[in-house]
Write a protein of this length. Structure first.
Length: 162
């Protein structure tokens, strides 16, 4: 996923100049947000565009848009686009928390993006809320499967959302 903010002149046909290269390179437009009430110092309108596009085509897309004389104010790649939150119950800290996180992060297609732990007492089981993010639904399911496998080996219970 790619998000970019482009500066367009306030006249008909400008947005299509950005959308054509996206389409030609196989991209899928997720959203387009105009801020007609804002203008840049050059009198242009900032437009935020979110696109799903193959990562290997991002640089070429940027070059094509800029070659059309369009100013790209900013762009960034959003690596992971789907998330889920799970509940972990057990001795989370005492069973090598770093290893549990690393097993997900090392996949390259998913990562732990947030984790909150409640430890009532030192020797008692902890409760954690863990947020996983992945490239797509299939990879998210795979990362949940990996987490369950790791946690089963450590005696940690995983509770999935309904």
């Amino acid at each position: 996923m790619l998000t970019m903010v482009v500066e367009l002149e306030d006249k008909p046909g400008q947005l299509i100049r950005v959308l054509e290269p996206i389409s030609r390179l196989g991209g899928n437009v997720i959203s387009v947000t105009h801020r007609r009430d804002e203008t840049t110092p050059l009198g242009r309108i900032p437009v935020r565009i979110a696109v799903q596009i193959d990562d290997s085509k991002v640089e070429r897309l940027i070059e094509e848009i800029e070659s059309r004389g369009i100013v790209i104010r900013s762009y960034n790649r959003i690596k992971h686009t789907v998330t889920t939150i799970l509940l972990l119950i057990g001795h989370i800290i005492h069973t090598d928390l770093r290893d549990t996180i690393d097993r997900i992060d090392e996949t390259g297609f998913a990562e732990v993006v947030d984790m909150r732990i409640i430890m009532p007492e030192l020797k008692k089981p902890s409760t954690a809320i863990i947020k996983l993010s992945a490239l797509n639904e299939e990879k998210l399911r795979e990362s949940v499967r990996i987490l369950k496998e790791v946690c089963m080996g450590k005696g940690i219970r995983v509770i999935e959302p309904l």
